[in-house]
Design a protein around this ligand. Structure first.
Ligand code: SF4
Ligand code: SF4
Length: 270
């Protein structure tokens, strides 16, 4: 991670923004003429030219004095006066630089500003720009974003800090043991991803009389993992011959919300 940061920030720098970052590609597909972007006001700034002694009305020049401050401060090295370019990362450094220049030459700020293509072409006011904000594209993207946030929070809230893997011992199908009971053998991997240690209880259900023939409790350190052999038995005559679906559940004894359940198959010989 350190090496990647050093390479990206120390050596590649703006090449990351220009060629590697997916943000710019996303941007262009989501834009329309009413999207708020950083833009140069061409009508006000052009024709550009250095500030001379003659008044602006006589020279016919616009407000841009061609000082190139906006280009010099741009981290991706682009000239925003050529229009919006995909390399622009929206950092607004050019806005600040140009506002400082405007202050010095006693002109109104905002030659480079946040505005929309429509506003620049049709001279829309701030109120008109705001009115166009609630359009179908924005509402659909907003709804999709809300959905993603809700799913993310939902999965975080329902996340359980115990994980379980069940593997059947393929070498042993169902076998008859003492008292005529049928036994299947499994390998259980339990992981405690919680920050605290817990004692876990192992439960099994799915067939009448089903029970464990191995210890049904296990102690796991914080972030610990354990692989256990598990023997499950049912009384003779219970379950149909062949495969029977069962469930194996692991739950923390001191925290009822820490539980997980996995499907497994119990094999009864014909
Ligand atoms: S900083 Fe402003 S005035 Fe200077 S070149 Fe850029 S747009 Fe023109
Ligand atoms: S917003 Fe940042 S990246 Fe975009 S043109 Fe201005 S200075 Fe460059």
């Amino acid at each position: 991670y350190g090496l990647a940061t050093y390479g990206n920030a120390g050596w590649l720098r703006e090449q990351v923004c220009m060629y590697m970052c997916p943000y710019a590609r996303f941007q262009s597909s989501m834009f329309d003429r009413d999207t708020l972007v950083i833009s140069y006001d061409e009508k006000r700034g052009e024709p550009r030219g250095p500030l001379g002694k003659e008044p602006q009305e006589r020279t016919g020049l616009g407000d841009c004095i061609d000082c190139t401050m906006c280009v010099q401060v741009c981290p991706t090295g682009i000239d925003i006066r050529k229009g919006l370019q995909y390399e622009c990362i929206g950092c607004a450094a050019c806005i600040d630089a140009c506002d400082t220049v405007m202050d010095k030459i006693d002109k109104p700020r905002g030659l480079i500003r946040y505005t929309t293509e429509n506003a620049l072409q049709n001279g829309l006011s701030l109120a008109q720009i705001k009115k166009r904000a609630l359009r179908p594209r924005v509402l659909i993207y907003g709804a999709l974003l809300l959905l993603v946030v809700a799913v993310t929070f939902g999965s975080l809230l329902t996340r359980t800090s115990v994980k379980l893997d069940v593997l059947r011992d393929r070498g042993v199908m169902g076998r008859e043991v003492e008292d005529g009971m049928i036994e299947n053998v499994y390998r259980l991997q339990i992981m405690n991803t919680d920050e605290a240690s817990h004692r876990f209880q192992i439960l099994v259900d799915g067939i009448d009389t089903i029970k464990l023939a191995t210890p049904n409790e296990v102690w796991l350190e914080s972030t610990g993992s354990r692989i256990l052999p598990l023997k499950i038995r049912v009384d003779h005559g219970k379950g149909k011959p062949g495969s029977n679906p069962i469930h194996i559940e692991v739950r923390a004894i001191d925290n009822d919300r820490m539980r997980t359940r996995e499907k497994a198959v119990f094999f009864v010989p014909r």
